[in-house]
Design a protein around this ligand. Structure first.
Ligand code: GCU
Length: 675
């Protein structure tokens, strides 16, 4: 019996290590290299990485030569990080540009795209992952295990396993163009600014540096008080000003290329300048002045709202637009994509394009806080694409969110984009094999904010699943089948997955109706005594016997006024408001006639039902692809899809039965009955 147990343990361990190996590869799969010569006149740690990657993974005629040419003064069509690919030559202005070029060349080889005549420049100067990692190792809204950076105050020593992981992390990020990491939670512990922690930050920075990745820290605005060094954190107080400039000096003496600070201030209970009667600009500028001599920046978040009677969706715009032009040029205002909080669907935040004399950046959330954690398969790229392509009209037609933040419309001193990371110690990094696609997609969109989700999904699938290169090469039939029976249907599943989640969770503009603080399952009824009303779903859906939806029209909360014409009128008028935002902007009777003739109630029922059906169709798609991938990932995704389907049914039944007590209307008989 004992022996059998042992055998089982060994088998399980073997299986999990195979899985860990497979998954840890991410999209940088092994290739059968072709013994090529890589020639570079210059040498540097970054260029050595480029050479090694090319030697290990370039597929071509054995003996052929790849040249790396770095010319700071030439290549005038390139930005610092850009690259050109031509006839096995990588040209760049900087070493990191050459490394990006090397990764692009390898990616293009693997995905079958042209590898010559390519000129590529990033859309944003700073492409940053925000880790909401606490110093004790937990991760706020993390669903992929504990932090890869922190393990608590008693484990600050840097282990070889830490270094290995940070190295893999850096490589993966660099391969998709990410060049910054904020390595601690926005709800920041002041301890991160103490020497013991800064030494660990230095160790991380040293490993990330050759990959072109800068470290940033989230800081608690009241750090000097919390660390018991001063009695105030008033940004206009001389002692506070010199405390921060000393602290910044100390940081740069340890990490000379430190990127700067991310600050959540006067938001959700975090201290900020408003505690001292000062404005966001006064707070941000004080930190910016301290960082300026070292070229550091401040990313100051606009995620602010308080529990007053004002519609939460209006508050960030109301607080920040009057400060336009008052921020130092090394401050960037970091704005979440929507005006509330990373919901499955929100209209774009009206702050985009509205601050014309201030640098503004987008903050996306890669971790699926409101989109099924790491259980649901939801490809987020279409959601981000929708936001980036939204036209704000702030500077005339074509003033998309992308253009309002990448410097093409406004003269921004800095451009940046951030994504809240979904990475943890989990053996596949992100908790769900397909959640890796969201990390990948964020990096690709940060590099090129015009990329289509279809291309990103195509690339990621080819890079992550297209392992059997030999079979593909020698067996045309297999290759064609792989494309027809794996790539096409799975790509379509990815592209449909976000809309499916919207359908089974919060269709037609509903938002924030999940249960409790876990933000996972349905809870439109959830409103316990003592919890702030703006943290409870009834505040957002406003369902009663007269109807459902949040009236943000001109007659309602007036939030719609924050949009520029013609967006304002489009959202304000029922005839033109897109169905997907209907209940975001309007409170409507249950029997309101939709454009397709259904009543609002029926439309709601059909959307929920459609979401369930979509997940069922994903299961069928997935069941058929078993022959094309390893059994480990096949089984894991299959199991997760089963949970997702059960969850989708739960969302549908719970929401319809709850809302039905107000609508008092029958659920159409052609949809599956709630139990
Ligand atoms: C959400 C999230 C919090 C997070 C906050 C933020 O509200 O639930 O965990 O701290 O966003 O972005 O600051």
């Amino acid at each position: 019996m004992k022996k059998l147990n042992l055998i089982i343990i060994v088998v399980v361990l073997a299986a999990s290590s195979v899985q860990a190996q497979i998954s840890h590869e991410l999209w940088l799969g092994e290739q059968t290299p072709a013994a090529v010569n890589v020639v570079s006149v210059k040498s540097s740690p970054t260029l050595e990485i480029a050479k090694k990657e090319l030697q290990d993974r370039f597929v071509g005629t054995p003996g052929s030569t790849i040249r790396i040419l770095v010319d700071k003064k030439g290549n005038n069509d390139l930005k610092t990080d850009g690259y050109k690919l031509d006839n096995n030559t990588i040209k760049a202005k900087s070493d990191i540009g050459a490394l990006y070029g090397a990764y692009a060349l390898l990616r293009r080889q693997q995905t079958g795209e042209p590898v010559s005549g390519v000129v590529s420049n990033p859309s944003y100067e700073r492409r940053i992952l925000d880790h909401w990692d606490n110093l004790d190792g937990s991760v706020e809204r993390g669903y992929a295990g504990n932090s890869i950076f922190w393990h608590g105050k008693d484990s600050l020593a840097v282990l070889p396993s830490d270094r290995k992981l940070w190295h893999e992390y850096a490589r993966a990020n660099c391969s998709i163009g990410i060049n910054g990491s904020v390595i601690n939670n926005v709800n920041a512990s002041p301890l991160v600014l103490t020497d013991a922690y800064l030494q660990r930050v230095k160790a991380i920075a040293d490993i990330l540096r050759p990959y072109g990745i800068k470290i940033y820290l989230s800081v608690n605005f009241a750090s000097p008080v919390a660390l018991k060094e001063l009695s105030t954190a008033d940004p206009l107080d001389g002692k506070v000003i010199s405390w921060w400039s000393q602290k910044v000096k100390e940081i740069y003496s340890i990490i000379p290329d430190f990127g700067g600070f991310l600050v959540k201030a006067s938001s959700e209970g975090q201290p900020g300048p408003q505690n001292y009667g000062r404005s966001h600009a006064e707070g941000a500028n004080m930190l910016a002045d301290a960082l300026k001599p070292y070229d550091g920046i401040v990313m100051w978040r606009a995620f602010v709202y308080t529990a007053n009677d004002e519609d939460r969706a209006k508050q960030a715009y109301a607080e920040f637009t009057p400060l336009d032009g008052k921020f130092r040029d090394n401050v960037i205002i970091q704005v979440k994509n929507g005006p509330i909080d990373f919901q499955p669907r929100e209209p774009f935040s009206p702050l985009f394009g509205a601050m014309k004399k201030t640098s503004v950046m987008v903050e996306f959330q890669i971790t699926q806080e409101y989109l099924g954690h790491s259980t649901h398969l939801v490809f987020l790229s279409p959601m981000w694409e929708e936001c980036l392509k939204s036209d704000t009209y702030q500077n005339g037609k074509g003033s998309t969110v992308a253009k309002c933040t990448d410097g093409s419309i406004y003269d921004q001193a800095h451009t940046a984009i951030a994504g809240v990371s979904n990475i943890g110690l989990d053996s596949n990094w992100c908790g769900h094999p397909f959640a890796q696609a969201n990390w990948y997609a964020f990096g690709r969109l940060a590099w090129n904010n015009e990329l289509a989700s279809e291309q990103i999904a195509d690339e990621w699938l080819k890079l992550s699943f297209h392992k059997d290169a030999a079979k593909m090469k020698n067996n045309l039939d297999y290759a064609a089948n792989w494309s027809r029976h794996f790539l096409q249907p799975v790509k379509q599943m990815m592209l449909d997955s976000r809309e499916a989640a919207v359908n089974y969770m919060m269709p037609l503009g509903l938002h924030h109706i999940m249960s409790a603080n876990g933000h996972y399952g349905p809870g439109p009824w959830w409103a316990p005594k003592g919890v702030r009303s703006d943290w409870t779903p009834p505040y957002y859906h406003q369902a009663d016997k007269n109807g459902i939806g949040f009236d943000r029209t001109i007659q309602g909360s007036g939030a719609v006024r924050q949009y520029h014409e013609p967006v304002l009128s489009k959202f304000n008028n029922l005839a033109t408001c897109p169905d997907k935002y209907l209940l975001w902007f309007h409170h409507l009777p249950w029997n309101y006639k939709m454009k397709d003739g259904h009543t609002l109630w029926d439309a709601l029922c059909y959307h929920y039902d459609k979401g369930v059906k979509q997940v069922r169709s994903f299961q069928k798609i997935w069941d058929r692809v078993a022959p094309f991938i390893d059994s480990s990932r096949f089984l894991e995704v299959q199991m997760k899809l089963r949970y997702q389907c059960a969850n989708a049914i739960l969302w549908k039944d719970a929401c319809l039965l709850y809302f039905q007590q107000f609508s008092r209307m029958a659920i159409p008989y052609d949809i599956e009955r709630p139990v």
